[in-house]
Write a protein that binds this ligand. Structure first.
Ligand code: 13P
Length: 254
């Protein structure tokens, strides 16, 4: 079985001092507990370099951004390019989070560009998919997820796709305290793996990391991670508390 991955998405939280304190606390606990888990911390942009400095010193975690520009360089005021992120040691990038789809109107075609930019500059995209509540209630969640994956990822050749991580985040479970049941998560994860198997073959499907996100916390992580196709978690709220986050990392290493 492959080593699991736990990625923390801090979203738009913390100031510099809080970010530094949180990183140090996570570091201390990771060093103490030593979980055999791939740990990724996705901080806001202004704190990424602080995080990559710590990560190159301690090698306890890798660092991810939460977004990247779909453009490469130039006159795009306020944007942050993949080259910039790569140049400060960022190795992962969340792309297509439902909050970006909803509040910033990012569509599947734009997200496909972002994925390509991340890959071009050696960052592994953590590509988020998931349905809203009405789509689940109408039993349309499989179609929605298929379309998100086909339109943003299935143009990639094998050499690129093998660096992609997919996160299943049912939108109704994000920040709501309403987690998908382990069975609901497994059903969708198995479906995602089957799509990848059809398109890229068995080896690629087996190697693919599929993370679960949506009110995953220190209490429910073990049950979710016990599912066959759940390769780890993408953690929001609980990643802002060092003890909870590291507890989830420890549960992933069992
Ligand atoms: P919560 O864990 O706060 O529900 O957030 C999940 C998420 O959106 C991670 O990207």
């Amino acid at each position: 079985m492959k080593k699991k991955m736990v990625a923390g998405n801090w979203k738009m939280n913390t100031d510099f001092q809080e970010a530094e304190d949180l990183l140090y606390s996570i570091e201390d606990l990771l060093a103490d507990k030593g979980p055999d888990t791939n740990v990724v911390i996705c901080t806001p942009y202004p704190f990424l370099e602080l995080a990559t400095d710590r990560s190159s010193e301690t090698e306890l975690f890798a660092v991810g951004a939460q977004n990247v520009s779909s453009f490469e360089d130039g006159a795009y005021t306020g944007e942050v390019s993949a080259r910039m992120l790569d140049s400060i040691g960022v190795s992962y990038c969340i792309i297509g989070h439902s909050e970006r789809r909803k509040y910033f109107k990012e569509d599947n075609a734009t997200l496909a560009q972002k994925v390509k930019m991340a890959l071009k500059y050696d960052m592994a995209p953590i590509f988020c998919v998931g349905e809203v509540l009405e789509e689940r209630e109408a039993n349309r969640h499989f179609d929605v997820i298929r379309q998100q994956i086909e339109e943003s990822l299935f143009d990639l050749d094998d050499g690129d796709f093998e660096n992609v991580i997919i996160a299943y985040e049912p939108v109704w479970a994000i920040g709501t305290g309403k987690t998908a049941t382990p069975e609901q998560a497994e059903e969708v994860h198995a479906f995602i793996r089957s799509l990848v198997r059809e398109k890229y073959g068995d080896d690629m499907a087996e190697k693919l990391y599929i993370l679960y996100g949506g009110s995953c916390n220190a209490k429910n992580a073990a049950d979710l991670f016990a599912q066959l196709d759940v390769d780890g978690g993408l953690i929001g709220g609980a990643s802002l508390k060092a003890e909870d986050f590291v507890s989830i990392c420890v549960q992933a290493s069992k």
